[in-house]
Design a protein around this ligand. Structure first.
Ligand code: PLP
Length: 448
C-alpha cells in the first residue's frame, strides 16, 4: 500500500505495481515504453525490447518462457557465460565485508590484487593502473593521461590525437571525437566535438601480407602533424563497433615503431578485444607490442557488472607526476568499487586457469565451419572469423524490426548493426549450441 504525504493510505492500483518481481512481461513492456531509454532508442518509433526473466550459462530466458542461445555475451563481456558460480560467490563474499568505500586516501585488497593481476596479464611494461567505471571513461582517462603527459613535458601544442577510420572508442564527448567520422556522430555534433586527425582504416586484412604502402597514410599524417599529436589511439587488430574489421599484426607493429620514431604515445583500446576474445589474452600480443597506455573494460568482470581500467607504463606515470599539477587529475566517485574489483579478480582467476584458450580455438573453428555457407549467399559481402568473433558482412543494412524477431524465433540472441550480423558468444558455449547459433545466422541472412 502507498502512504501519501498527508498520511492517508492510497488504494493499490493494478495499473501501477511497484515491485518489479510482480510484473508480467506485458507490464514490463508497458512501463518500458513509457519511461525507459535504451541504447540508441526512440520514444517516437520504439522497437519493443524483449523482457528478460533470467540468464544462465549461455541462455537468456525471456519472460514469455522462450530460451535463447546467447551470441552476444552482452556486448563482448560475459565470457564465462551468465551466473558463473565463482563470480557469484566472489560477489556474495565481498558484499558481506564491504560493498563500497571511497578510494581517495583509502585502499583495499580487492583493488590492489586486481591491479597486480592486470599488470601480470597485460603486455610487459604496463605497471600502473587507474581503475574506473566504464569503457568510455577508461578511454577518457587514457586521453587525459596522454595530454597531461604532453603538458608535463612542456609540449603545450600537442593537443590532438591521431587515429584511424572505422574505429570506436565510446559514446562520451571526448571518445566520440575519435570514433569513425562517417558512421560515428561527428556530423551531428560537428560544432561541439574537438577535431582530431584521421588516417585511413588499416587496409590490410588479418591474414594478408603487409606492405609499407598499407601504413603510408598514417605515416604521412603523423609526419605532417607530429608537433600537434599527443598520442595515436586505436583498437589493436580488431576494430569493433566501427565495422568489425580485422587487420594485420604487422600493421600494428609498424604503428608501434612509428610512435617510437616520432616520439608520440600509443593508446591501445582493448575494451572489446581484451581477455582472450581474439585468441590472445590481449590483441597487442598478436604483434608482440606494448602500448604506452592500455584500456580494458567489457569482459573485465566477466560481464557481471561495470568496471574498466587504464594501464600505463612507468614512463607515462612518471612523466605525468613530474608535471606542473604533480598529480594525475582524475578521480571518479566509485573508483575501484570493491564489489566490482572482487568479481573482476574472480573472473581473471578463471581466465588464468587457461581453459579459455582451447574454448576460443574451438569456437573459432566452429564459427568458420558454421558461417562458411553464408559466403555463397548473394546478400553477403564477406564472412570473417577471428578467435571467438564471427562476422557476416552484408551488402545492405539489415532492417532491425524485421530481423530481430526472426533471430528470437530461431532461438538465438543476435543483435546486428548496420550491414553487420556478428556474434561473440561466451567462451563456455558448447559445440551443439554454437552450431545452432551459426545455423540460425545463415538461415536468417539467407531470407533477407
Ligand atoms: C564498448 C567499447 C568502448 C566503450 O565502453 P563502454 O563501457 O560502453 O563505455 C570503448 N572502446 C571500445 C573498443 C569498445 O568496444
Amino acid at each position: 500500500m502507498l502512504v501519501n504525504n498527508d498520511n492517508s493510505v492510497a488504494p493499490m492500483t493494478q495499473s501501477k505495481p511497484l515491485l518489479s518481481e510482480s510484473l508480467t512481461g506485458e507490464q514490463i513492456s508497458e512501463l518500458d515504453a513509457k519511461h525507459v531509454w535504451h541504447p540508441y532508442s526512440s520514444f517516437n518509433s520504439p522497437l519493443l525490447p524483449f523482457p528478460v526473466e533470467s540468464t544462465e550459462g549461455v541462455r537468456i530466458r525471456l519472460k514469455d518462457g522462450r530460451e535463447l542461445i546467447d551470441g552476444m555475451a552482452s556486448w563482448w563481456s560475459a565470457v564465462h557465460g551468465y551466473g558463473h558460480p565463482v563470480l557469484k560467490q566472489a560477489a556474495h563474499d565481498q558484499i558481506e565485508t564491504m560493498s563500497h568505500v571511497m578510494f581517495g586516501g583509502l585502499t583495499h585488497e580487492p583493488a590492489v590484487t586486481l591491479c597486480e593481476k592486470l599488470v601480470k596479464l597485460s603486455p610487459d611494461g604496463l605497471n600502473k593502473v587507474f581503475i574506473c567505471d566504464s569503457g568510455s571513461v577508461s578511454v577518457e582517462v587514457a586521453m587525459k593521461m596522454a595530454f597531461q603527459y604532453a603538458l608535463s613535458q612542456g609540449n603545450r601544442e600537442r593537443n590532438k590525437l591521431l587515429t584511424v577510420r572505422s574505429g570506436y572508442h565510446g559514446d562520451t564527448f571526448a571518445t566520440m571525437a575519435t570514433c569513425d567520422p562517417v558512421n560515428g556522430m561527428h556530423h551531428m555534433f560537428e560544432n561541439i566535438l574537438p577535431k582530431h586527425i584521421f588516417a585511413e582504416a588499416p587496409p590490410c586484412k588479418f591474414e594478408e601480407a603487409f606492405s609499407e604502402s598499407h601504413i603510408q597514410d598514417l605515416k604521412d599524417k603523423l609526419v605532417q602533424h607530429q608537433q600537434e599529436v599527443a598520442a595515436i589511439i586505436l583498437e589493436p587488430i580488431v576494430q569493433g563497433a566501427g565495422g568489425m574489421r580485422f587487420y594485420s599484426p604487422d600493421y600494428l607493429k609498424r604503428v608501434r615503431e612509428l610512435c617510437d620514431e616520432y616520439d608520440v604515445l600509443l593508446i591501445a583500446d582493448e575494451i572489446a578485444t581484451g581477455f582472450g576474445r581474439t585468441g590472445k589474452m590481449f590483441a597487442c600480443e598478436h604483434a608482440g607490442i606494448t602500448p604506452d597506455i592500455l584500456c580494458v573494460g567489457k569482459a573485465l568482470t566477466g560481464g557481471f557488472m561495470s568496471l574498466a581500467a587504464t594501464l600505463c607504463t612507468d614512463k607515462v606515470a612518471k612523466g605525468i607526476c613530474e608535471g606542473e599539477a604533480g598529480v594525475f587529475m582524475h578521480g571518479p566517485t566509485f573508483m575501484a568499487n570493491p564489489l566490482a574489483c572482487s568479481v573482476a579478480n574472480a573472473s581473471l582467476d578463471l581466465l588464468m586457469s587457461g581453459e579459455w584458450q582451447q574454448q576460443v580455438a574451438n569456437i573459432e573453428s566452429g564459427l568458420k565451419i558454421g558461417l562458411g555457407p553464408a559466403k555463397a549467399l548473394s546478400q553477403v559481402e564477406d564472412v570473417r572469423v577471428l578467435g571467438a568473433i564471427g562476422v557476416i558482412e552484408l551488402h545492405e543494412p539489415v532492417d532491425m524490426p524485421t530481423v530481430q524477431p526472426q533471430f528470437v524465433q530461431e532461438g538465438v540472441w543476435v543483435r546486428p548493426f548496420g550491414r553487420l550480423v556478428y556474434v561473440l558468444p561466451p567462451f563456455v558455449i558448447e559445440n551443439e549450441d554454437l552450431a545452432h547459433l551459426t545455423k540460425a545466422m545463415v538461415s536468417v541472412v539467407s531470407r533477407l
